[in-house]
Design a protein around this ligand. Structure first.
Ligand code: A3P
Length: 319
């Protein structure tokens, strides 16, 4: 199907009828059950129609603030390790968000595909859309999908900091949101690419049904034993580490290169802005497990834990 001017007009018409909410002053709308930033809708719809996957593609999926930047750095390093030694990695001069762009927010941002043909194989893409929104060619081509998942309480706190740091950076302090307000929306599922339970469960089920195509990675597991998880990740991607590489310490080297301590201190990740409004530095904050206790009240924690229990009951997924 050809994405044309009339498709754009149809999208405008569609968007005007959708339910709306604001988060930190930004307009969101609910399309087929998922909350999107209004400006992302054309990219979501056009990429669904037009993106052509091939079987060597790697798709990094996950809700924002669940460790997708980390996975971008790790996966890029794993699959390109024969092209670049860690000491000469492009990560030293290019922010992971730019090195691994998003399908819907970058490549299809304005409706038509951009900067896809010249990508070297295997192509690495990222996406935040739910599994049910993935372009059909990703499912049918058996591209490998790696899903970044994180404890929803930590993800909430991370998102709140991210939204507010963007507002502060742009001097829109009138739009800063108190955590109570943000929390209330999050519990109602009103969040970027949420509700979180639908996004997580879609990929979780796919990973159980098709473990050869969808790998579910927990942020907390990566923090706890990065070497073990990197081996698991590399094998899934079809780029397993050899015993020799392991003995030479390459896995540890990649883990150190991609650690938050290293990436957040690189000049390239400390300055600059993504799409005019998002400071590139805001993709790196604390990178800790359990930070929600520092920002949520005990009653908020109890409420959200109950919601998580209820939403994930019977799925086999435990946080
Ligand atoms: P915090 O805000 O809790 O620190 P995403 O990349 O999906 O947007 O997720 C951002 C979260 O991952 C932030 O969490 C950020 O600090 C953390 N993060 C970014 N790079 C990381 C890395 N290399 N290792 C661990 N955590 C990282």
């Amino acid at each position: 199907m050809e994405f044309t001017k009339s498709s754009e007009n149809n999208i405008d018409k569609l968007v005007s009828c959708l339910p709306r909410e604001n988060i930190c002053g930004l307009p969101f709308c609910q399309y087929n059950g998922t909350w999107f930033l209004l400006y992302h809708i054309p990219g979501v719809i056009s990429s669904q129609q037009l993106f052509q996957a091939d079987e060597s593609d790697i798709i990094i999926a996950g809700l924002p603030k669940c460790g997708t930047t980390w996975l971008k750095a790790l996966i890029f390093s794993i699959v390109n390790r024969n092209r670049y030694q860690p000491k000469e990695s492009p990560l030293l001069s290019i922010h992971p968000q730019i090195l691994v762009p998003s399908i819907e927010m970058d490549h299809f941002r304005d409706g038509l595909p951009q900067n896809i043909d010249q990508l070297s194989r295997p192509r690495i893409f990222s996406t935040h859309v739910p599994y049910a929104f993935l372009p059909n060619s990703i499912i049918t081509s058996n591209s490998r999908v790696v899903y970044a998942c994180r404890n929803p309480l930590d993800a909430l706190v991370s998102s709140w900091h991210f939204h507010n740091s963007m507002m502060k950076h742009n001097n829109i302090s009138g739009q800063l949101e108190l955590i109570d307000e943000f929390f209330d929306k999050y519990c109602r599922g009103v969040q970027l690419y949420g509700p979180f339970w639908d996004n997580i469960l879609g990929y979780w089920k796919a990973s159980v049904e098709k473990p050869e195509s969808v790998l579910f990675m927990m942020y907390e597991d990566l923090k706890e034993d990065s070497v073990f998880q990197l081996k698991r990740l590399a094998s899934f991607l079809g780029f397993p580490f050899s015993a020799e590489e392991e003995a030479l310490g390459l896995i540890q080297e990649i883990s150190t290169l991609c650690s938050i301590g290293n990436l957040q201190n690189l000049e390239v990740n400390r300055k600059g802005v993504y799409y005019s409004i998002v400071p590139l530095a805001s993709f790196f904050r604390k990178g800790e497990v359990g930070d929600h206790v520092n920002h949520l009240t005990p009653s908020m924690i109890e409420t959200l834990n109950k919601l998580v229990e209820e939403k994930f009951a019977g799925s086999g997924l435990v946080f």
